[in-house]
Design a protein around this ligand. Structure first.
Ligand SMILES: [Zn+2]
Ligand SMILES: [Zn+2]
Length: 441
């Protein structure tokens, strides 16, 4: 008999965490941060209902904060055991948690310190894709989830040969940079995400939209602002611009400023893992580099971009315009009619990105009202998440499934996916767990 408990992403998309308890082994899978409006944020500071002394190991599916952002709380509570991640996930988790600790410190709500992050990182052991290892009564295997660099779905088999699969986040496979999602063949129980459980991605070509945006500012001498998501999305955008420049579809001398320290660090990590790229990207020698790519490091360099006149592209964090250097660029340029703002990812409720996307005429940047006169465009097709057809395809590959738990989705997404799993795959036992709920399997 074993038990699965849901500590987050149950009826929402953030705070992912599951506890699996067997006869004498207890494993935690992910410990993500709750993100979003303040009421969800405060969930992060509630003490963990986990006895860290009873934990046999912690497994981490991938480096997005909604899966790893609370991990340092474990060391604060005295955890000294092993934390398993892939090598690329370890690298990205390290820079991303340090960045998150730094931002929280600046905002005056630190959940943990840089030292807690370092202690956590010291506990990390590397799990290689497709190579199983033992933790107590469990045999564990990480499979490439094709979502972001280093991402994994995790297969856990007990000594009775019962298998549980935790999907983690599944990729919008095949993706531009990384390898496709690796399908899993057998499992008794599946815990799966449902972020886009009610929709199908459009087949709009993001390269075409980015080309049009750059061509437009090349004509007018304006500025194209791209709020950057540091992990995966920035590298995808750089790769697209690399191809557009190589094909002569945008001008070689149009400067592109990469003005996000975190995105820059993650791009350097990407360069270390060409073995994780898909075959096409692996053939390219510098997929993230091109003529007139300008790396911006210090804040003063960032501010002096304003002195460079003429058409230019500025990629700066944060992706939903909730902070970071994009704020001062927005303040400088968004009131100029020739400016273009290109949103390349999901814009959550209560973010400035969402406000602008919904047509705000004015926004407050550091308490100063700024009028929006530029053109706002959004690309919907750059997603790192599987849509409904891809979620169903992934599940259909797994034979012998007795029960599916659907997490990591809002109400509509979970219900839609559950319905399709019943009607199209024929698995009738589908559960939508609530926060803290425990199930025996
Ligand atoms: Zn993710
Ligand atoms: Zn996620």
């Amino acid at each position: 008999m074993q038990k699965i408990q849901f500590f987050g992403a149950a009826g929402g998309v953030t705070g992912s965490s599951n506890l699996l308890t067997g006869t004498n082994t207890t494993i935690l899978i992910d410990l993500g941060m709750f993100q979003g409006p303040d009421d969800t944020g405060s969930l992060n500071s509630i003490p963990l209902a986990i006895d860290v002394n009873k934990l046999s190991a912690v497994l981490v599916t991938h480096a997005h904060l909604d899966h790893c952002g609370r991990l340092p709380l474990l060391v604060k509570q005295g955890y000294k055991g092993k934390v398993y991640t892939t090598q690329a996930t370890k690298d990205i988790v390290t820079v991303s948690l340090l960045d998150s600790a730094g931002i929280a410190q600046e905002n005056g709500f630190p959940l943990y310190s840089a030292q807690d992050v370092e202690e956590l990182v010291n506990l990390i052991e590397i799990a290689n894709y497709d190579q199983s290892f033992k933790v107590g009564e469990y045999e564990i295997t990480f499979h490439d989830a094709g979502h972001i660099l280093g991402s994994a779905s995790i297969e856990v088999k007990n000594n009775q040969n019962q298998t549980i699969v935790f999907s983690g986040d599944l990729g919008n496979t095949p993706e531009d940079l990384i390898k496709p999602t690796k399908y899993i063949n057998n499992a008794d129980y599946v815990v799966m995400e449902s972020t886009y459980g009610d929709s199908t991605h459009t087949d709009e070509d993001p390269a075409q939209t980015i080309q049009q945006e750059i061509n437009e500012i090349e004509k007018t001498g304006g500025v194209l602002l791209i709020p950057a998501f540091a992990i995966e999305r920035t590298q995808e955008v750089l790769h697209i611009i690399n191809r557009l420049k190589n094909k002569g579809l945008v001008k070689n001398d149009t400067p592109v400023y990469l003005d996000s320290p975190l995105a820059l660090e993650v791009t350097e990590i990407f360069k270390k893992y060409p073995n994780l790229y898909n075959p096409q990207t692996a053939k390219e020698s510098n997929p993230f580099d091109f003529s007139n790519l300008k790396i911006v490091e210090s804040v003063s360099q960032s501010k002096s971009i304003a002195k460079d006149h003429g058409a230019k592209v500025i990629i700066a964090g944060s992706g939903m315009i909730t902070g970071g250097r994009i704020l001062h660029h927005l303040k400088n340029y968004i009131s100029i009619p020739s400016t273009r703002l290109l949103l390349v990812g999901y814009q959550a409720i209560d973010t400035m990105g969402r406000e602008i996307l919904e047509g705000a005429k004015q926004v407050l940047i550091n308490d100063i009202p700024v009028t929006i006169r530029g053109t706002v465009t959004k690309i919907d097709s750059l997603s790192s998440h599987a849509d409904l057809p891809r979620l169903l395809t992934w599940l259909r590959h797994i034979q012998g499934v007795k029960k599916v738990f659907i997490n990591h989705g809002e109400k509509n997404q979970r219900e839609s996916l559950a319905e399709k799993i019943k009607t199209e795959i024929g698995i009738s036992d589908v559960i939508l767990p609530e926060m803290n709920q425990i199930f025996e399997v």
